[in-house]
Design a protein around this ligand. Structure first.
Ligand SMILES: *Cc1c(COP(=O)(O)O)cnc(C)c1O
Length: 404
């Protein structure tokens, strides 16, 4: 059986007529960039996300870059963020000649550990970028309290978490000053290329965001500030307007799939329900944990990725790949280990949780169209590996970061 990591074709086919009509509609309109389709999508997104303003932009990366430019981050400013995320989070800060200040992660959620933020604040600190990794909110309450106390801006990287609720029911992106989303095809809501969104409830920031999106000219050709070309194509907006009404159903399917994996892994004696195992137990996998579920909350975890942790991960991955099962590591190299940040002289031992995650975590297919048979095959294959892998060497050693 083949189980790809992602299957965009079946989603396309399930709404082919509507999508094709939307594409042709834009072709015929000739309003190819920032046309009425973009305005319509922005209004729908603002309504859906509960944000006062939503602005379509060229990618999730550009959403972050634009957000940083709008709050005035520049040379030598410091921006606090997790060391464990997709590269864009740090890349945009460095591109503005500002400094990414890296914080280790929480071992259960993989999100920034809020208890380690305050010690990193200096007179140069300008902002904090929490990332809502894998489709679950970072712990925003302590982060917002720290930001308020030190007068810092908060930019949420919600690229993997569109429509996710935090424990108080608020949707991510609306908790900090600016929220950033990505419509890259592999995200929970993807367009037919690159696209992104910036949301805010701030009447002053929205003006700067809109001006910066089109080179910083206001009126056109008159520049008090320097922005960029962060515009969104109308074709992407039209695709998003077709897909958005399905997002909640897809999220529900992803949650169902996650629950089914968890059930199967527990029945196979491979996982413990608590989400915490002895880390040197080579015969167990650690399953993801939704930490903010509660009454009234629905999208507390939308599983952009379903990430397992296991001893001998690389050997298991090779085994699954051999069996036709897609899998991937998000992310093998935390920022503090990236060559381009060597000049920051960061100490590897300051990031034990991220280092562990880079060594033992990996994602298995979780997309909405996955069938039960496919998931049963995935778990049976993991079980087969673990049953037959006793003599393989350990990969992470007896690390105990999960047992603190
Ligand atoms: C995907 C992603 C981005 C970048 O989005 P693009 O649309 O690919 O530019 C930024 N941050 C995180 C956490 C992401 O997962």
């Amino acid at each position: 059986m083949k189980v790809p990591l992602l299957d965009l074709k079946s989603q396309y086919l399930s709404m082919k007529d509507e999508l094709d009509a939307a594409l042709i509609g834009v072709a015929e309109s000739t309003a190819y960039i920032m046309g009425p389709a973009v305005k319509k999508m922005e209004e729908e997104m603002a309504q859906f996300l509960g944000s006062k303003y939503a602005v379509g932009v060229s990618s999730g990366t550009d959403a972050l870059l634009l957000a940083l430019m709008a709050i005035g981050v520049g040379k030598d400013d410091e921006v606090i963020m997790p060391t464990y995320s997709f590269f864009a989070t740090a890349g945009v800060v460095a591109r503005l000649n500002a400094v990414p200040v890296l914080v280790d992660s929480d071992p259960v959620t993989f999100n920034i550990d809020p208890t380690q933020i305050e010690a990193k604040i200096t007179s140069k600190t300008k902002a904090i970028i929490p990332v809502h990794l894998y489709g679950q909110s970072a712990d925003m309450e302590p982060i917002m309290a720290i930001a308020k106390k030190h007068n810092l801006r908060v930019i949420e990287d919600g690229a993997q978490a569109i429509s996710v609720q935090y424990k108080d029911g608020r949707q991510v992106g609306n908790i900090g000053d600016i929220g950033c989303f990505s419509f890259f095809p592999s995200k929970n809501l993807g367009c037919f290329g690159d696209g992104g969104l910036v949301v805010t409830n701030d009447d002053e920031l929205i003006d700067m965001i809109r001006i910066m999106r089109v080179h910083g000219g206001k009126p056109k050709y008159y520049h008090k500030v320097i922005g960029g070309n962060f515009r969104l194509d109308s074709i992407q907006a039209a695709v998003l307007s077709v897909k958005l009404p399905h997002l909640n159903d897809w999220s529900a399917k992803r949650r169902e799939n996650a629950a089914y994996y968890t059930k199967l892994l527990i029945e196979a004696g491979l996982a413990e329900e608590t989400g915490r195992i002895k880390f040197d137990d080579k015969n167990k996998v650690l399953i993801p944990k939704a930490v903010y579920e509660g009454p009234g909350l629905v999208n507390y975890h939308i599983y952009n990725q379903y990430v397992l942790r296991v001893e001998r991960r690389n050997a298991l991955r090779a085994f699954l790949t051999e069996k036709g099962i897609g899998n991937e590591v998000y992310y093998p190299v935390p920022f503090h280990r990236q060559e381009c940040f060597a000049h920051l002289n960061l100490k590897d031992e300051d990031y034990p949780v991220a280092n562990c995650a880079a060594t033992d975590s990996f994602a298995i297919p979780i997309y909405p169209e996955l069938t039960k048979e496919m998931m049963e095959y995935v778990v049976a294959s993991i079980a087969e590996f673990i049953k037959t892998s006793d003599n393989l060497p350990m990969e992470c050693g007896h690390c105990d970061c999960m047992n603190k």
